[in-house]
Design a protein around this ligand. Structure first.
Ligand SMILES: C[S@@+](CC[C@H](N)C(=O)[O-])C[C@H]1O[C@@H](n2cnc3c(N)ncnc32)[C@H](O)[C@@H]1O
Length: 208
């Protein structure tokens, strides 16, 4: 039977952070980083924004590779855990407690990473968020992460954002798509809830 956990509660996110503790960086991030590694290295560290960073499975990897990282999450407990990680290289990290609904991003960002979090942006705020990501990225910069599909079982929550395949293609028009994979199957979440997954895994380069 499908459960209806309140994903907006702080306790839910603490349970999630505990369940995924120690897991490796997301495949979308690793693919994007491999593509950056094949390009000329800049003199200064590259800048990434990690949206919905959680307790930092992707942030930690970016910092380990010498990136500057603005790590954004709406949940203070994410930072309580991230900042206490023993594998954290803290010097180039800027943690920002900020909700997607009020997102503010700097310019000249090389990478916006958004792993498994954009469904939690309320639908009326998503177009503005997506435009802010595009504006923040420098030409040749990349977006990587997931968008949630219209057959995902979380569409039952009215405050979630989901997209059809056609809508995803439209959102990606200002980008050269480097990787787009659609995933769809019954499964469970990290905390063991039954769920039907419908995801788009994306790595895309902003057209110069
Ligand atoms: C499923 S977790 C993903 C965490 C991490 N990116 C990962 O891949 O494991 C989603 C994250 O989004 C954050 N989040 C949810 N709603 C948010 C909102 N409206 N604004 C900012 N962050 C939010 C949660 O606090 C949580 O850390």
């Amino acid at each position: 039977m499908m459960q209806t956990t309140d994903h907006t509660s702080g306790q839910h996110w603490v349970n999630y952070y505990k369940a995924v503790e120690g897991r490796p960086p997301r495949e979308t991030l690793l693919k994007a980083l491999a593509t950056f590694d094949s390009e000329l290295s800049p003199k200064q560290p590259r800048l990434a924004v990690d949206l919905g960073c959680g307790d930092g499975r992707d942030t930690v990897e970016l910092l380990r590779r010498g990136w500057r990282v603005i790590a954004i999450d709406g949940e203070q407990k994410a930072f309580d855990r991230l900042l206490n990680r023993s594998d954290l290289h803290r010097e180039l990290l800027e943690p920002q407690l900020m909700r997607f609904e009020n997102l503010a991003l700097p310019n000249n960002v090389d990478l916006v990473n958004a792993s498994f979090c954009l469904t939690f942006c309320p639908p009326d705020c998503f177009p503005s968020l997506w435009q802010k990501v595009l504006t923040a990225l420098k030409p040749g910069g990349r977006f990587c992460g997931q968008l949630f599909g219209d057959r995902d079982s979380w569409t039952k929550f009215p405050n979630r954002t989901h997209h059809t395949h056609t809508q995803v293609e439209t959102l990606l028009q200002p980008y050269e798509v480097e990787w787009l994979e659609e995933e769809e199957h019954p499964g469970v979440t990290a905390i063991g809830e039954e769920k039907y997954w419908h995801l788009f895994h994306i790595v895309a380069r902003k057209i110069a």
